[in-house]
Design a protein around this ligand. Sequence first.
Ligand SMILES: Nc1ncnc2c1ncn2[C@@H]1O[C@H](COP(=O)(O)OP(=O)(O)OP(=O)(O)O)[C@@H](O)[C@H]1O
Ligand SMILES: [Mg+2]
Length: 225
Amino acid sequence: MKTVLQCTDISKTYGTGAALVHALKTCSLSFTQGEFVAIVGKSGSGKSTLLKILGTLDTPDKGEVLLDGEHVLRLSDQKLSRIRRRKIGFIYQDYSLFPEYTAYENIIMPIHLDGRREDRERVLELLETLGILDCKDKFPSEMSGGEQQRTAIARALITSPAVILADEPTGNLDAENANEVVMLMSKAARLYNQTIIMVTHDRQMADYADRILVIVDGVVKGAED
Ligand SMILES: Nc1ncnc2c1ncn2[C@@H]1O[C@H](COP(=O)(O)OP(=O)(O)OP(=O)(O)O)[C@@H](O)[C@H]1O
Ligand SMILES: [Mg+2]
């Protein structure tokens, strides 16, 4: 199994003195291509901190992060932003779609930002897989939360990144839409051999994952199936 992302002994503290917080404590993890992993833990346990470091949006105080064979902590800002664009897909709780663009236009955004033209057939195939073909020309304000999040999933999948990182992707959805969205993420991981790491505090959502990591007070407690 190909390892696409690895972190070794990463630690992160915030603040100083009495306000010092050990958000992550010597955390080592490894993710292989195509797996759908859930990271669960209580509020403040360090889930978002871990995801931000894995996604190169924050740097640890100590440790190494290896993405698709590259030591990302040693790269220049310019190289790092290219890697972020090409090798990482992000999905957020609030969907983060551009309101003035249609679903189709939002999905192709990462391709255009990378100076390339989209493969129209591939976009349509993603829309079909995610069940939002009829939303193709709709603006975010014309879509339900579930449809918007499925659009955001398509946007993350379009570049076939080494890894997709999703922080509480179902946080704003009702139970039915939350289940649908996580099921589709699981399906996409299998169908496209796409690694997806999802942070959630909802154990029920985590049950769709191939692997569950539990984080308690900045320590990743261990894996379960
Ligand atoms: N920028 C920051 N400055 C100071 N402390 C921070 C910062 N970001 C996070 N922390 C602290 O680090 C710890 C871990 O925060 P983190 O956001 O990773 O938790 P989380 O598991 O994502 O929580 P939630 O489920 O509420 O999103 C918390 O104690 C938090 O208060
Ligand atoms: Mg968080």
